[in-house]
Design a protein around this ligand. Structure first.
Ligand SMILES: *[C@@H]1O[C@H](CO)[C@@H](O)[C@H](O)[C@H]1NC(C)=O
Ligand SMILES: *[C@@H]1O[C@H](CO)[C@@H](O)[C@H](O)[C@H]1NC(C)=O
Ligand SMILES: *[C@@H]1O[C@H](CO)[C@@H](O)[C@H](O)[C@H]1NC(C)=O
Ligand SMILES: *[C@@H]1O[C@H](CO)[C@@H](O)[C@H](O)[C@H]1NC(C)=O
Ligand SMILES: *[C@@H]1O[C@H](CO)[C@@H](O)[C@H](O)[C@H]1NC(C)=O
Ligand SMILES: *[C@@H]1O[C@H](CO)[C@@H](O)[C@H](O)[C@H]1NC(C)=O
Ligand SMILES: *[C@@H]1O[C@H](CO)[C@@H](O)[C@H](O)[C@H]1NC(C)=O
Length: 417
């Protein structure tokens, strides 16, 4: 059974009917044969034991409510011990789950996934404290006629603080605000335009009438969320990181516009004294032409973040397939590998998270109508696939002090390992 809640409108970018480049992979090389004898977790332990990333490097996945795929319980339990060292809740830490009635919080569902992660020796990241989607029914459509002032001074602060304090100091990070930037963003927009242009709650009209005053005329709900998240982490004595998280914003896919909006948000928040520690780059991609960022632009984004003193994180990576051909599977493996390298070889990227651990639990079937999907590292029976072994090879290469591989997803015409 798949998660039934669709949680973002993912633009499907397919520019050409069929063009699949031939690619070169680390797993083709004799040095990286026999990887099935090791595990990702054991390689992560080497990387973290040698402190190759300074602070621990986290390789994670979503964790669904156990009722979503009870038949996979034993597999999940094993993989969160031998593969992942980080977990994030697929749905159970979102606002609708955390505050089912106004002022009445229930953190049980979120906390139980956190505890499962801790018992498996994994870190846990929080997702998320503020999002226009999957907000509670009592907030939807503003039937209770909340004013901007009520939202800004009471409702948002309460929700953000209660949730961060309630989940506690051991979380490594929270996505404080999720998906506030418009898909219609264009280069040169101000931050207010980047956000208000989306016409999403809380920027849309109170009564759904486009001529009526909007709830928030600007992006200041973002300031409120981060200020209160910072208050909460200080109160519980935690050094957890505060992220802004979005899709289509990690470089030049599908354009540079949302990335530029995110940088405007960062610089504006920082210059107003609002604490923000990084940008979560969701990374929902496909093995289609121009449907993922180039490795160079992914690195460039990480470097720009480093230059303004914040972290980048890959927070929701999946790569769906147009078909089940060997060529497409190899391309998919190279895309996973390149995105991993862009994080691994950047000193300011220590979280790399996959959106869904295996194909039969992937949200892709519910939102992508073309292709065969198959966008995770494990097949529908839980067996590791080629991208799993390529990712394991990239981690092994890093652990052994190897140089960064060239941009294999560009095809053998630009890069041969
Ligand atoms: C809180 O949430 C849990 C898990 O979803 C549920 O079992 C429980 O009944 C809820 N508690 C209340 C008081 O609603
Ligand atoms: C909010 O309004 C929309 C559009 O009128 C409707 O589809 C949706 O069901 C409403 N949601 C709630 C929670 O009332
Ligand atoms: C919200 O405002 C509408 C329109 O003024 C009104 O009909 C409705 O009763 C109000 N709802 C509440 C809960 O006050
Ligand atoms: C968003 O911006 C685009 C480009 O400027 C514009 O065409 C569009 O009307 C804007 N949309 C909204 C809802 O403001
Ligand atoms: C929308 O708001 C405008 C301005 O207040 C008003 O004139 C108009 O009648 C409203 N439209 C609807 C469908 O309520
Ligand atoms: C919301 O609160 C923030 C501070 O948290 C403030 O900067 C901003 O002006 C307020 N926004 C509105 C629309 O009142
Ligand atoms: C993909 O192809 C492989 C090998 O031919 C086959 O075993 C598998 O069932 C196929 N999967 C899907 C989802 O078509």
């Amino acid at each position: 059974m798949r998660p039934t809640i669709a949680f973002l409108a993912l633009p499907i970018v397919v520019h050409a009917a069929s063009f699949t480049p031939e690619v070169s992979l680390l797993t083709d090389l004799p040095h990286f044969q026999g990887l099935e004898k090791t595990t990702i977790r054991s390689v992560l332990n080497i990387i973290n034991g040698k402190k190759l990333k300074g602070t621990p490097f986290y390789f994670g996945s979503t964790l669904a409510d156990p009722s979503v795929a009870p038949q996979n319980a034993a597999w999940t339990s094993a993989r969160f011990k031998d593969t992942f060292n980080l977990a994030v809740a697929e749905n159970n830490c979102k606002w609708f789950s955390n505050e089912p009635a106004q002022g009445v919080f229930n953190l049980t569902a979120c906390a139980s996934l956190r505890d499962f992660a801790f018992q498996s020796g994994d870190a846990f990241r929080g997702h998320n404290t503020f999002w226009h989607s999957q907000r509670p029914d009592w907030l939807a459509n503003n039937t209770l006629n909340f004013t901007v002032e009520q939202l800004n001074k009471t409702i948002i602060p309460n929700a953000v603080q209660t949730v961060i304090e309630g989940l506690g100091p051991r979380l490594i990070s929270w996505d404080v605000v999720n998906e506030a930037i418009s898909d219609g963003a264009t280069l040169g927009m101000s931050l207010t335009e980047c956000v208000v242009n989306a016409s999403r709650w809380p920027n849309f009209a109170i009564d759904g009438n486009a001529s009526s005053p909007v709830l928030f005329p600007d992006s200041s709900f973002i300031n409120t969320a981060f200020l209160n998240a910072d208050k909460a982490r200080k109160k519980i004595g935690s050094d957890l990181l505060l992220f802004y998280n979005d899709y289509n914003g990690g470089g030049d896919f599908p354009s540079q516009a949302k990335t530029e909006c995110a940088f405007k948000m960062l610089t504006q928040l920082k210059s107003s004294g609002v604490p923000i520690d990084g940008i979560g780059i969701q990374s929902h991609y496909s093995a289609n032409p121009q449907a993922f960022p180039s490795k160079a632009s992914a690195h460039f984004t990480m470097d720009r973040l480093k230059n303004i003193g914040v972290m980048g994180a890959i927070t929701e990576l999946d790569v769906w397939l147009p078909d089940n051909s060997t060529e497409s599977l190899r391309w998919q493996a190279s895309i996973f590998g390149d995105i991993l390298d862009s994080c691994l070889f950047s000193s300011n990227c220590n979280e790399f998270t996959l959106w869904d651990p295996r194909d039969d639990e992937s949200w892709l079937d519910s939102i992508v109508s073309t292709g065969v999907h198959m966008g995770t590292l494990f097949d529908a029976s839980g067996n590791p696939k080629l991208p799993y072994f390529e990712v394991l090879a990239r981690l092994t290469n890093f652990a052994q002090g190897g140089a960064e591989p060239c941009a294999t997803s560009g095809g053998t015409s630009v890069c041969v390992l």
